[in-house]
Design a protein around this ligand. Structure first.
Ligand SMILES: C[S@@+](CC[C@H](N)C(=O)[O-])C[C@H]1O[C@@H](n2cnc3c(N)ncnc32)[C@H](O)[C@@H]1O
Length: 216
């Protein structure tokens, strides 16, 4: 049997997912995230795209003070937590199966005076959208990866946005099909890359709904 040599970064990435917790410092707060890869998989570990998006938000990529923000596919909720610490009113969402773990991480990491500004809600893309209104900002980290969800994810972003909504998608583009989602987005939104972190190969795209009036 041939010996396979793994790149150090791949190995350390895998080890990192098996750690029961991970700590970050953003917005002058230490955030301790519980992880549970073994039982809950992708929704219960922190992905590089989330960390890069938090760095972008902390650096003032957009002003979040007093703005309504929804996080899609939040996983552990790191991005939503940082958005709340930066002054936003945040709705943190994921599939029902990921919700209890998500709630624990969010509640454990927010100062009590901010808890009322954050709600954790189930949202499976494309389903129950009538329960949600529009938001000033939509954020998502590493949520573009399952081709079968692309139509529903797009439908969800369209439902949650107005022409004034800023959408920030932090993406690891692993496969060609991931670019297809960006092409689908471009049919309704102006999409620009605002950051590329080459250390972890993560792109942040900012999207704004194309104003229908312009098309008349
Ligand atoms: C790769 S993880 C990213 C988690 C987190 N945003 C991060 O970057 O650390 C993808 C997330 O998308 C969520 N997800 C996958 N399919 C979904 C769907 N159809 N509706 C809602 N969320 C979904 C998963 O539950 C998971 O939390």
């Amino acid at each position: 049997m041939a010996l396979m040599l793994y790149d150090d970064t791949v190995l350390s990435g895998l080890k990192r997912f098996h750690n029961p917790s991970a700590a970050y410092t953003f917005a002058n707060h230490t955030i301790r995230i519980k992880q549970n890869w073994k039982d809950l998989g992708v929704a219960a570990v922190v992905w590089d795209a989330a960390v890069v998006l938090c760095m972008y938000l902390e650096a003032g990529g957009i002003n979040l003070q007093g703005r309504s923000v929804i996080e899609l596919g939040a996983g552990t909720g790191l991005v939503g937590i940082v958005a709340a610490l930066l002054g936003a009113e945040v709705t943190v969402t994921d599939r029902e199966v990921a919700l209890e773990f998500l709630k624990t991480n969010v509640h454990d990491n927010l100062p009590t005076d901010l808890l009322h500004k954050v709600s954790v809600k189930p949202l499976t893309w494309g389903k129950g959208l009538e329960n949600f209104s529009t938001f000033d900002v939509i954020v998502g980290a590493d949520i573009v990866y399952l081709e079968e969800t692309f139509q529903d994810l797009l439908k969800t972003i369209l439902h949650l946005s107005t022409e004034n909504t800023v959408i920030l998608l932090s993406c690891k583009l692993r496969y060609q099909r991931d670019n297809q989602f960006l092409d689908m987005m471009r049919q309704h939104f102006q999409v620009v890359q605002v950051l590329y972190d080459q250390n972890v190969d993560v792109h942040i795209f900012k999207a704004l709904k194309i104003c229908q009036r312009e098309e008349l």
